[in-house]
Design a binder for this molecule. Structure first.
Ligand code: FES
Length: 282
């Protein structure tokens, strides 16, 4: 570093410390009291990084914690099956007399009610022939079927969610006799029941078909499990109740009783138009 002639009045001459020896233009921090030397910028940057990392970590931890909290929905459900009174589409109690006069094996509209949870729809069916005569090969229908109630043991209810990949009604629908040129050889499934059965539950998503006259057992895959069946009960005045469910869990539920809130003490039938697709796996 070069020197220059400083006149007597020059402040540098009066200074008690030697002139600073770093190049002109370079900034240095100098302690005003105890001289602690130059600040170590590397240490300072590391400390800054640690502080920022701490903040990010704390914020990230909070976010992760919050995300985990909301990624795990609370388990909603009930501990036992409710006794739920079924209500007709017009709001009146659903009785055996009303069902046997208004619904039969040839009813083409779907009648859906939810049970036991608010996201578990079910078909409501009466499989007895419309003419009131016992079912036969020439008079399609069924009576005294598994789980059936009413005068002929022909009133049943099954989950309206397919056991294959979970297509719900109306993609899965009840097909009354004459809907498609299709019958299934079900064998004798009960007194006065035709072995060549032209009525069934069919899922238009991939073709699974179920036999409502035999506990909604599989007629065709790809589903391999039957539809869960709602247990029906009739009180002395003829009013119909849903009181339980048998078979596998409703598709999409680890347990039929878990996954939503209870329907409560009553559940009303709703009318839906079916989705019909006369295409069946070979
Ligand atoms: S979801 Fe019904 S057959 Fe696939």
């Amino acid at each position: 570093m070069g020197t220059f002639d400083c006149p007597a009045a020059c402040p540098y001459v009066a200074a008690s410390k030697p002139a600073l020896d770093f190049p002109i233009g370079q900034l240095r921090r100098v302690a005003s009291g105890n001289d602690v030397g130059d600040v170590d910028e590397t240490k300072r940057n590391v400390l800054k990084l640690l502080a920022v990392a701490g903040l990010v970590g704390a914020a990230g931890g909070g976010l992760v914690g919050g995300t985990l909290q909301y990624a795990q929905p609370p388990i909603v459900g009930i501990s036992s099956y409710p006794r739920t009174q079924l209500v007709d589409v017009n709001g009146s109690p659903l009785t055996v007399d009303a069902v046997e006069s208004e619904y039969n094996v040839g009813t083409s509209d779907l009648f859906i009610f939810y049970y036991p949870l608010q996201n578990e729809p079910n078909f409501f069916l009466n499989l007895y022939p419309a003419n009131g005569q016992p079912p036969s090969t020439s008079n399609p229908g069924a009576q005294n079927v598994p789980g059936g109630v009413g005068s002929h043991g022909s009133i049943v209810a099954f989950s309206a969610i397919c056991q294959h990949l979970g297509c719900p009604a109306p993609a899965i629908s009840y097909y009354p006799p004459g809907t498609c040129a299709q019958t299934f050889n079900t064998g004798p499934s009960g007194p006065n029941t035709s072995p060549n059965q032209p009525f069934y539950i069919h899922c238009s998503c991939h073709g699974s078909t179920y036999n409502p006259a035999n506990g909604a057992s599989n007629l065709t895959g790809p589903a391999v499990l039957p539809l869960p069946q709602v247990t029906l009960d009739v009180d002395p005045s003829g009013v119909i109740y849903a009181v339980g469910e048998t078979g596998p869990p409703v598709n999409g539920h680890l347990n039929t009783l878990q996954g939503d809130y209870s329907v409560g003490t009553s559940s009303q039938l709703a009318r839906e138009s079916p989705v019909i697709l006369c295409s069946f796996p070979s």
